[in-house]
Each structure stands twice: as C-alpha cells, then as structure tokens.
Write a protein that binds this ligand. Structure first.
Ligand SMILES: Nc1ncnc2c1ncn2[C@@H]1O[C@H](COP(=O)(O)OP(=O)(O)OP(=O)(O)O)[C@@H](O)[C@H]1O
Ligand SMILES: [Mg+2]
Length: 468
C-alpha cells in the first residue's frame, strides 16, 4: 500500500480517481488546489503525487516543482486535458515522472501508479543504503567527530538535496572544496557533472570566456566558438572557488544566471538557458568587500542563501588524532610506503600548534615527517618546524564549546570537573618539574591552595620542595 496525494480542483475527478486508487489498496489524501497541495507536500510523507494541470489557483507544474524541492525521490504524475509536446517537455524537465492525458482508462492510471511507486521504493532504499555507507566511511572523506564537524555534516545533509545556492566560507585549507564536493555527492543529481573554476586563477577576459563561453571571433584568437562551464555543468553543479575575486562586470553576469538561468557567451547577443546548481567559496569576508564597493550587494544576498562556514582546525583540535591518522594513511598510499604512526608526544606537539594553514598544512607536515622520519613512529623531533601556538587565548572558547558538546548531558558534574582539575594540576606540576611553588604560580594559586587541592584530588607531588 502506498500513500498518495491527489491534487485536482474538480471534486468529480477527485471522487472517481480517489475511489479507483483506494480500491487498489492505496491511502489517498486529497487536495482541491495548489495551496492545500503545497501544505500537504511540506507536511506529509507521500510515495506519489498525482496532480491536475490547470487549476483555478495555478498550474500543476508548480506542484511538480514543490515536490522536487521537498523530496527528490517523490514522483509526480501530471494529469492534463491539454497535452502538448511543450507541456510534456516542461513537466519532465521539472522532474515529473509522467504525463497522463485525460480522459484516461483505469488501467493506465494503475500502471503508472505501480511504476512510479516501485521506483520510489527503489530510490529510497538506495538513498538509505548510500546514507548508511556514507555514515560508515565518514561521508566523502570529511573526517571529524567534533561538535562543529558534526554540525557541518548535518548542514550538508540538509542542504545538499535542495537546489539552493550555497556560500562556503572559511580560512585557507579548512576543507571548503571538500564541502562543495560533498554537497554535490549528496545532491539529487550526483551522477551529473561537478565542475570547478578557480576565479582567482584567470584574467578577467579569460574568466569571462571560461565561465560563459564565447562565439567565434569574439576576441583575437577566438577562432572557434566554445561553451563555458555554465553550459557544460547543465543539470549538475558548478563550484566557483575564490568567487570573491570576480570583477564587477562578471558579478553582473553571474547575477543574471542566478536570477533566470540565462548565460550569454562573450560576443553573443542571445542568452542560453541553463539549469545549474551553484556553489561558491571564498576565504574573504564578502560583506567587507561589499562595503568597499568591490562586491555587489545584491549578488551577495543571492549567493548567501545558505551560508556554510567551515571552522578552522584550531577550533576543533579534538579532530586532530583522527585527521592525522587519516592523512598518514593517505600519504602512505600516495607515496607507496607503509603507513607510519604518530607518537603520543608528537600528537601533543601537534595539538599545541595553531595551524594557520589548517588541514592542508597538517597534511604537508604529515607528509614531510613520513618521508623524513628515521623510525617507524613519528616523534616530536620529526616535527621541528612546529612552534607552540603562542596565542592560546584565541582557542579555548571554541575548544571548551566542542569539548562540552561531546559530554553526555547526564553526568556527575563534580566528578567531571575534578577530572579536568586533576589534569590541569598534573600538567602544571609536570611542566614545573614537580616544583609546587612554581606550579602554584602557573595556576594562579597560593601554595597552600595547591597543596590542599593535591590532597583532595589524590595527587602526590613528585617532589616537595621548600622555597624554590
Ligand atoms: N574534514 C576533513 N577530513 C579529511 N580531509 C580534509 C578535511 N578537510 C580538509 N581536508 C583535506 O585538506 C586539504 C585541503 O582541503 P580543501 O582543498 O578542501 O581546502 P580549501 O578550504 O578549499 O582551501 P583553500 O582555501 O586553500 O582553497 C585537502 O587535501 C582535503 O582533502
Ligand atoms: Mg579550495
């Protein structure tokens, strides 16, 4: 049994079709027009939608579009008394499963309902399998279980199936491109092309022709006409990296694509229509560029429909061990050598470093150490270029946040805080060489406070000094 939504503004048709479908064993929800249909689609889980085309409050094509938006696996069959080739093409382009012409035979309806619901079941099963697989493999290689990474993955999962434009921001090397690929891979059209253009890598003229294509003779050297990436990415995803670097005239052309899908080749007068999901990334503060008059405000708001920020590595240091392990394995595979491991001391050294170059820098470090390390295990001495982060004040807020987020909501507060206290005190003692007076100074405690704490926490100092 399937759950169907039947949209038609004629009560007679709803009655006849409804009873036909119900007697075939389906659950049928009826909607007398677009508004009700949209509400039902947004609220309910259906296996199939059947919609009339011409209704008093609008066109059934809008129902097709609403279904695509709500759930890419949900099929829509359009019923029409005015079937033309153009209408059928338009309906299919919007993603309709089929178009049935009125009047129709009961068998026709039953057949199309069977085909459509079978396909839905298959698609949803595949989607479930894919999700499970992605969960197991850490989704497109985005490693990390810290709170910011989990929030990021959740955001990707929510946004990916829609057609929304996404603005991906973040420092250099944080994984913006990986996020863009993940968005495409989890989109409703992962089998369609994913194309990427780095806007900072071209001069304005070249970028123009790269993006929009050109006609023969448009400029010196244009001896053939060529399509741009917008056309090549038709139905797929176009990732514009470093989009903040685009010149104002090109920004105007991009705005036009976003507004109505129109692409104008260099040297052409008539636009071509494309259907492309656009993702952009930038390491710049675009709003700041807007203020400086370097970036169009209207374009900014079109791009930033869904902003996704990729946090820097120093705000999710707890991901370091997993990331390092992942990168060690990858580097080993690339270099065709057995994977090395990091000693705990090397890991500690890494976790004190600020990583201005983020994960790309971590990868480089791991790669260099893998090649140069003398032993199978990489020790702190194999990471000579690292100096500890001397601006620790910038990090804790994020770290504490993500650490707290990993804790169970039901916990023994005193026990948990004592654990933290114990580790901080132990660390201070260790780095003070066991000298209590020095450890107390580093912790901002009096000596008697510290010795009280040591007793209470069950820590005994390795050396009880006098007045050192
Ligand atoms: N969460 C992650 N898990 C595993 N690998 C990652 C992760 N994030 C980034 N990487 C790796 O780090 C490197 C840099 O990532 P990427 O190229 O996506 O960064 P970017 O933000 O686009 O950088 P830039 O601003 O310099 O263009 C890549 O090798 C990528 O595979
Ligand atoms: Mg990049």
């Amino acid at each position: 049994m399937s759950r169907l939504l039947l949209v038609d503004d004629e009560a007679g048709i709803r009655r006849i079709l409804g009873s036909l479908l119900r007697s075939a064993g389906h659950e049928v929800v009826e909607a007398p027009g677009l508004t009700k249909a949209a509400a039902e689609i947004a609220a309910g889980v259906f296996d199939l939608v059947l919609t009339d085309q011409k209704m008093h409050d609008g066109d059934g094509l809008a129902v097709v579009a609403a279904c695509r938006e709500a759930d890419p696996t949900l099929p829509v069959v359009m019923l029409t008394a005015f079937a033309t080739v153009e209408l059928a093409v338009e309906a299919m382009r919007l993603g309709a499963f089929d178009v049935l012409t009125k009047p129709f035979q009961p068998e026709q309806v039953e057949a199309v309902v069977r085909r459509a619901t079978e396909r839905t079941a298959l698609l949803r099963e595949n989607a479930l399998l894919r999700e499970e697989l992605q969960r197991q493999t850490g989704e497109h290689g985005l490693i990390g279980e810290s709170a910011p990474m989990r929030a990021l993955r959740e955001m990707i999962a929510r946004v990916a199936p829609t057609h929304a434009t996404v603005l991906i921001t973040g420092e250099t090397g944080t994984g913006k491109e990986l996020v863009a690929r993940a968005l495409h891979a989890s989109s409703s059209r992962p089998e369609q092309p994913f194309l990427e253009v780095n806007c900072a890598a071209f001069t304005e003229t070249l970028l123009d022709s790269q993006l929009f294509g050109h006609e023969r003779g448009a400029f010196t050297g244009a001896d053939r006409s060529r399509q741009g990436v917008f056309e090549a990415a038709h139905r797929g995803t176009l990732f514009l990296d470093e989009a903040g670097e685009m010149s104002l005239p090109l920004q105007a052309k991009l705005l036009r694509v976003l507004m109505n899908g129109d692409v104008v080749r260099v040297g052409a007068t008539t636009p071509r229509n494309v259907d492309v999901r656009i993702l952009v990334a930038t390491h710049r503060d675009l709003l700041e560029r807007v203020k400086q008059g370097l970036f169009r405000e209207d374009l900014y708001y079109r791009l930033a429909v869904v902003p996704i920020h990729v946090p820097p590595l120093r705000e999710r240091r707890q991901d370091l061990p997993a990331l390092a392990e992942h990168l060690l394995a990858r580097v080993a595979r690339d270099l065709r050598m057995p994977p090395r491991t990091l000693s705990p001391a090397a890991l500690r050294k890494l976790s004190q470093y600020a990583f201005p170059g983020n994960i790309r820098e971590l990868r480089n470090l791991v790669e260099r150490a893998s090649i140069l390390a003398r032993h199978e295990t990489i020790g702190p001495a194999d990471l000579p270029e690292l100096t500890p982060d001397d601006a620790p004040a910038a990090a804790p807020a994020g770290d504490v946040e993500s650490w707290v987020a990993t804790l169970d909501e039901r916990l023994d507060l005193r026990e948990t805080l004592a654990g933290v206290e114990r580790r901080l005190v132990a660390r201070a003692l260790e780095s003070a060489g066991g000298v209590q007076a020095e450890a107390a100074r580093r912790l901002g405690l009096s000596r008697s406070d510290l010795s009280y704490k040591l007793r209470r926490l069950g820590l005994t100092a390795s050396r009880d000094d006098g007045d050192v």
